[in-house]
Ligand binder design. Structure first.
Ligand SMILES: Nc1ncnc2c1ncn2[C@@H]1O[C@H](COP(=O)(O)OP(=O)(O)OP(=O)(O)O)[C@@H](O)[C@H]1O
Ligand SMILES: [Mg+2]
Length: 251
């Protein structure tokens, strides 16, 4: 059985950081194999994980749709695409990464999106955990996988506007017909306890608050030095908070 965890939220709320921290948590506990999916076109997850990406699903699809493409003799088009998609996967110890990259350019990608959907759905089943870092909405991903999301974590900063945005995000995700089993809010970069008006705004969204991630000086330092978050010390405050979060969610 695969557990799929998706992280979403508006720009800069800490999605990539939380995705990397969740992956770090699972990896350290031997909850492997893990597939990390970078579904944000800006693609920063590889860096946070300390992995090198050469190809993305986006560039592979674009090459496939290039009119100059020459298929190896006798190879059906969909088999060739599948072979190319396999090369997008970066393999690590107990942790693989697939980077979606930029969405497709002009032209009809329906046929390759169908192959991709099947590919991603089958791929996910090979892992104990799939952790997806998304862009603000999940539109990009929803066209490309039919996979169930077991746990959706929607991030907000410590602002009432941010919290209301999460409420709207959940509506959007519902409209996309993504199959999500459990959804929660997470507040990142907190500095102490939440003010009562924030708690009230959270209650108004009707979304359960799963936890808060404190401002972590180590993350700030690692970010400045471009060090992978996988190397954060065990006693780092955000690492602790994510462990607590995962325990609470029984992941
Ligand atoms: N708990 C934290 N403590 C300190 N810094 C943090 C914390 N969480 C995130 N940050 C910092 O905040 C910035 C934004 O985080 P991150 O890149 O994870 O957000 P994002 O939602 O993925 O952004 P984008 O929408 O651009 O993809 C980064 O510089 C990151 O290092
Ligand atoms: Mg990001």
């Amino acid at each position: 059985m695969t557990t799929t965890i998706a992280v979403a939220g508006k720009g800069g709320t800490g999605k990539t950081t939380l995705s990397a921290l969740i992956i770090r948590h699972l990896h350290r506990r031997g909850k492997v194999p893990i597939l990390a999916v970078d579904a944000d076109p800006a693609a920063h997850l590889a860096e946070a994980l300390g992995m090198n990406v050469e190809k993305t699903v986006g560039t592979t699809q674009a090459e496939f749709h290039d009119s100059r493409l020459q298929l190896p003799p006798g190879m059906p088009k969909n088999v060739y695409l599948e072979m190319c998609l396999n090369q997008v996967i970066v393999e690590g110890k107990g942790l693989d990464l697939i980077t979606m990259g930029r969405p497709e350019g002009p032209g009809c990608y329906c046929s390759s999106n169908a192959v991709l959907r099947e590919f991603l759905d089958v791929l996910g089943k090979n892992y104990s955990y799939v952790v997806m870092d998304n862009q603000a909405g999940m539109e990009h991903l929803s066209r490309k996988t039919t996979q169930n999301v077991d746990v959706l974590l929607m991030l907000s900063d410590q602002s009432i506007r941010g919290i209301r945005t999460v409420g709207k995000l959940l509506d959007l995700i519902r409209e996309l017909n993504l199959r999500v089993n459990r959804s929660y809010m997470v507040i990142d970069r907190t500095s102490g306890i939440l003010a009562p008006p924030l708690e009230e705004a959270i209650a108004q969204t009707g979304i359960d608050l799963a936890g808060c991630i404190p401002v972590d000086e180590n993350i700030i330092e690692f970010d400045q030095l471009s060090r992978p978050l996988m190397d954060l010390p065990d006693n780092s405050p955000a690492v602790d908070a994510v462990a607590e979060l995962m325990e609470k969610l029984s992941v």
